[in-house]
Design a protein around this ligand. Structure first.
Ligand code: MG
Length: 204
């Protein structure tokens, strides 16, 4: 069988060489496929509560005998969401974009701040996949307001209602949340970016 062995070696080497020589064009071909890049962001915020009302939350006014205190309209959920959006796109945080020592931000509508941050995220090439948020409040009961808040957020960001979810937790009567001294919120945002095919790839 010895005459076949060199022949086999010859064709095997030709085959391996062909694979190695074509590696560059295979890599190049892959670069022509649009890829989806996904990124996640997290946001958290806390505000003090004081007698008054209504409670500004998630872009709506919730009837309550206490209100959140802050430099802007103190919407704790929209602040957490704005931070999550900016974080996912590596664009800093809400404090850098809207400093609390800037008179222009006094009593400012947090819905407007959210839209400005969202515009920056879109300008960077990202779009929102979904949003999930939690409000930490002992009172009021938010069961009846959660759908309305989620809908308001989807309107502010031009999303479908099923891209936004809002949950609520009490403070079990303890700490700042449970004693109605404060309200807090957390948000997670997923972004996606469509990367265009590399220009250098078309040369082959
Ligand atoms: Mg805040």
């Amino acid at each position: 069988m010895w005459p076949f062995r060199p022949l086999f070696r010859h064709f095997r080497n030709r085959f391996v060489a062909a694979i190695f020589n074509s590696t560059n064009s295979v890599t190049t071909w892959f670069k022509t496929i649009p890829m989806t890049l996904i990124r996640v962001g997290i946001g958290h915020d806390t505000h003090r509560l004081e007698p008054g009302g209504p409670l500004r939350l998630g872009g709506i006014d919730v009837p309550f005998d206490r209100q959140a205190v802050g430099h802007s309209d103190a919407d704790v959920l929209l602040h957490a969401l704005t931070d999550a959006l900016l974080g996912a796109a590596a664009l800093g945080d809400i404090g850098e974009l809207f400093p609390d020592n800037d008179p222009a931000n006094r009593d400012r509508d947090s819905g407007q701040m959210l839209q400005i941050a969202h515009a920056q995220v879109e300008a960077a090439g990202y779009r929102v996949v979904n949003i999930d948020g939690i409000v930490f409040a002992e009172k009021p009961k938010l069961k009846d307001y959660k759908p309305q808040i989620a809908r308001r957020i989807s309107e502010l960001l031009n999303l479908n209602p099923d891209q936004v979810n809002v949950k609520a937790k009490t403070g079990e009567g303890v700490d700042a949340i449970g004693t109605l001294a404060a309200i807090a919120a957390q948000c997670v945002v997923l972004l996606e970016q469509q990367t265009s095919p590399s220009h250098t790839a078309t040369g082959g």
